[in-house]
Design a protein around this ligand. Structure first.
Ligand code: SF4
Length: 286
């Protein structure tokens, strides 16, 4: 049996899922965003969204989708918000300490990147069966987690770029291992090779009947692509842009490196099969 088909350890993703009740609305304050990207207005980083309540809830939470605010419904911080709120700043908010607000927002941006790396490493650990690589992934996961526990002054001095390089190396190795185990020398039948800024251009592509098993679609532009009923077994989707990609009836249970934010931006329904660590968006109905 392909090892990647084995049961994955869901608990490892526990701290990497958003829990807005434990956060201080960091994504609604710390980030720059624009109306063009599906947010309520153009906003500078560090300025609270006008819809953010005093208790950090959103005034229009129930109506975000009907108002077309896809940026808000898609965003996912990999659980960085609650980590910064509850661990780094031990429950003290930027409203309580306005003088520390900028430092808190900077810490959020660093921890978000570290949690994202942890997410991918978790996926790699769950999928790899390489006896040499698995312990290296595990060690790097521990190291990354330790970094998220640092105080704000130490967070600022981290060399995130070189850490990311080390993470990417293991992610690539694992993707190759998992895909080649499945393919056993065979190829998928994806014909499109055209690239835009280095990314595979599959915008609006008709891929319903294309065999994408074991395909490397990392970074691919898949906006509005038709992937209905496709089985994306061991398909590497790291960094792929799935905005409005049609995933109805598709099977993503065994994709590599899929994230909640990617799923939130795509179109799916109750027939879309998702990995156990991904939550089905509430607006994916029949
Ligand atoms: S509309 Fe709501 S969810 Fe979106 S940024 Fe503003 S407060 Fe946050």
């Amino acid at each position: 049996m392909n090892k990647s088909k084995e049961k994955i350890d869901i608990d490892l993703y526990k701290d990497l899922r958003i829990d807005c009740r434990k956060c201080f609305g960091f994504c609604c304050v710390a980030l720059y965003f624009s109306a063009f990207e599906g947010f309520p207005s153009d906003k500078e980083a560090g300025k609270p969204c006008s819809n953010l309540n005093e208790d950090f809830s959103c005034k229009i939470h129930k109506n975000l989708r009907s108002k077309g605010l896809k940026g808000c419904t898609s965003y996912d911080c990999f659980g960085a918000g609650q980590k910064v709120a509850q661990t780094t700043y031990t429950g003290k908010s930027w409203r309580d300490n306005p003088e520390s607000a900028k430092k808190m927002f900077d810490a959020f941006l660093v921890i978000k990147q570290l949690h994202e790396m942890q997410w991918y490493l978790t996926d790699a650990l769950n999928k790899s069966s390489d006896k040499d690589i698995k312990p290296r992934i595990s060690a790097l996961m521990d190291e990354t987690k330790e970094m998220t526990m640092l105080r704000e002054d130490s967070l600022r001095t981290l060399d995130l770029e070189s850490h990311r390089d080390r993470v990417n190396l293991l992610l690539k190795k694992t993707s190759k291992e998992v895909r080649s185990t499945l393919l056993k020398g065979r190829e998928n039948n994806l014909k499109q090779k055209r690239r835009v800024a280095g990314r595979l251009d599959l915008i609006g592509a008709e891929l319903k009947k294309t065999n994408l098993r074991g395909a490397d679609l990392s970074g691919a532009l898949l906006m509005a692509a038709d992937l209905r009923n496709n089985e994306l077994n061991c398909t590497d989707l790291i960094g792929a842009d799935l905005r409005d990609a049609d995933l109805r009836g598709a099977d993503l249970t065994n994709t590599i490196y899929i994230t909640q934010a990617q799923i939130n931006t795509a179109k799916g329904d109750l027939s879309t099969k998702l990995p156990a660590h991904i939550v089905r968006p509430s607006y994916w109905t029949d």
